[in-house]
Structure formats: C-alpha cells, structure tokens
Design a protein around this ligand. Structure first.
Ligand code: NAD
Length: 271
C-alpha cells in the first residue's frame, strides 16, 4: 500500500482508504472488518455518520497493531464551539486512545466558528490525541483565513473530487501550501460516472473496471482517495489498483471529462 507524507512530522497516510458514509451503524463493524481483510489500513468516518462505535470495534478486534491502522474522524457541524468535548466523545465512541487524523467536517461560514474549532484542534494535536489535524470542504477563501490565523497548517483538505468535478484550482492551491488533497465521493457516488463511455474504453484497454480506472487516476494525481462500498467483491476490487499505470493519453482522456458537476452541497452555502 502506497503512503503519502503529511506536512506533520513523520506522519504518513495510506493513499487509498475505506470511507463509511451511509454505512449503517449495525453494519459498520462487519464492513470495516471486510475492508481490513481485503488489505485496507485506512478508515474514514465522522461523528455525523453515526457509526464510529462499529468502526472502533472493527479496529480493536482486527488483530492489527494500532499503529498499522490509520483512522480519520471528523468534527460535526453543530460542534464548532465545543470541539474538544466533541473530540473526546468521538474518541470514546471509537474506543481508541488517539485518532490519526481529525478534520473539521464543513467550514459552515455562516456560523463563523471554524477558527475557534481550529484552536481546539491545535490543542488536541499538541496533546497527541490526534496525530494530525486537517479540514474538509474548505475553499480557497476559508482555508486562507484559517492559515492566516492558525499556528498549524492543515495537513489535508478533504473535498468532493471525481472526474466530473476535478477541483483543479483547489489541487493547485493545496500543492502550493503543502496540504494534501483528499477526494470524497471519488467514484462520483457510483452514479452515471462509472457508465461513461470514455471510462469503459480505458477499462477495456487495461482489463480493469471503470471504478478501478477512476481510482487509479486519483492515485496518479496524488490524491488520497476513500471509496465506499459495502459489497465485499467491490471492496476488494477498489483496492486492486496497484498493478497497472495510466499513460499520459489515458490521463488526458479522463481530464477531458471535467464538467463542473457537483454531487454534494456547495461549502459556501451549506449551513
Ligand atoms: P463513492 O464515490 O465512494 O461511491 C460509493 C458508491 O459507488 C457505492 O455506494 C456504490 O454504489 C458505488 N460503488 C463503489 N464501488 C464500486 C465499484 N467497484 N463498482 C461499481 N460501483 C461501485 O461515494 P461516497 O460514499 O459519497 O464517498 C466516499 C467516502 O468519502 C464516504 O464514504 C465518506 O467517507 C467520504 N465523504 C466525505 C464527505 C465530506 O463531506 N467530507 C462527503 C461525502 C463522502
């Protein structure tokens, strides 16, 4: 499994992880256990997903040394003013001593409390209870304001990113500031995108599936990527992307699919 260095001293993140949004609480332990068996070592959850308990049980019962598993969770939107308490609650639900990465889930600019939340996150990081801290759904504007005020530059910004919504400006901004780009809904939520004829052509060329082509594209762009599935065969398929390489022509064909099509909310107006 390929890992990327975070801007935080010595911390590495497995580039491909397993996302558990919309995995029901009662299925989470089983789903994450299946992912571990398939070779995943990085799990992306959030307080808002309601499944931290199941994720934590899977981590604790996996038999894997804790330091071999990378766990991300996120601060819920209504909790910016009490981030430290909310973090402790997440940690208790997970049943872990620390998380590897703690993210502000959405900036919620209308609430205007993300700077307060970030100061609490910096404390959590200094206390060693999160090995790294970052944000999600931040824009150039909200990230710039955060960095102007902060002591610690976020390690990651997790944003919606797939071939129909390629986020070139954000990727360039992150690169210029030493922030990793993490792609959510990397498969475009499985809708429409995976039937795109251009992806089918590439899938045939490489004897892979359209989902594998898209995930390989993310890896070659340098994105951290967290596809979700609860189907064991797809969980295995989505990590089987390290034995082929897209050439420049393939990458250009996927680049040409860009159409500014967001699936999730716009962070500027999401409240
Ligand atoms: P995704 O792009 O990973 O798509 C998942 C869906 O695609 C599955 O439900 C399934 O229907 C389909 N699928 C998966 N593998 C497939 C395969 N091999 N072949 C065909 N279809 C397949 O979408 P997602 O769940 O929205 O995003 C992934 C993760 O990103 C989430 O689980 C969550 O961890 C994270 N996320 C974060 C935010 C945020 O605000 N930070 C928002 C959304 C998602």
């Amino acid at each position: 499994m390929n890992s990327l260095m975070l801007n935080t001293d010595g911390v590495q993140i497995p580039q491909l992880g397993y996302g558990v949004w919309q995995v029901p609480a009662e299925e989470a332990e089983q789903a994450v256990t299946t992912a571990f068996k398939a070779g995943y070592r990085h799990i992306d959850t959030a307080a808002a997903y309601g499944n931290e308990e199941g994720v934590g049980r899977a981590v604790r019962n996996s038999g894997l040394p804790r330091e071999k598993v990378f766990v991300t969770t996120k601060l819920a939107n209504g909790e910016h003013a009490r981030a430290e308490a909310a973090f402790d609650e997440s940690l208790a639900r997970l049943g872990l001593d620390y998380v590897d990465l703690y993210l502000i889930h959405w900036p919620m600019p209308g609430q205007d409390k993300y700077l307060q939340a970030w100061r609490a996150m910096e404390k959590i990081y200094r206390d060693g209870r999160a090995k790294a801290i970052g944000v999600s759904n931040f824009t150039v504007e909200t990230l710039t304001r955060l960095m102007d005020e902060a002591d610690i530059v976020p390690a990651i910004n997790q944003i919606e990113l797939h071939p129909y919504f390629q986020q070139r400006q954000m990727r360039e901004f992150h690169e210029a500031n030493g922030i990793l780009t993490e792609a959510w809904s990397p498969l475009g939520q499985g809708r429409g995108l995976l039937d795109d004829p251009a992806l089918r052509v590439l899938a045939d060329k490489h004897c892979k599936t359209p989902a594998q082509i898209v995930l390989r594209w993310h890896l070659q762009l340098g994105n951290v990527v967290i596809p979700k599935s609860v189907t064991p065969a797809r969980i295995a398929e989505n990590i089987d992307v390290f034995d082929f390489i897209l050439d420049a022509e393939d990458l250009a064909a996927i680049g040409a699919l860009s159409r500014g099509q967001r699936l999730g909310p716009d962070p500027d107006s999401f409240e």
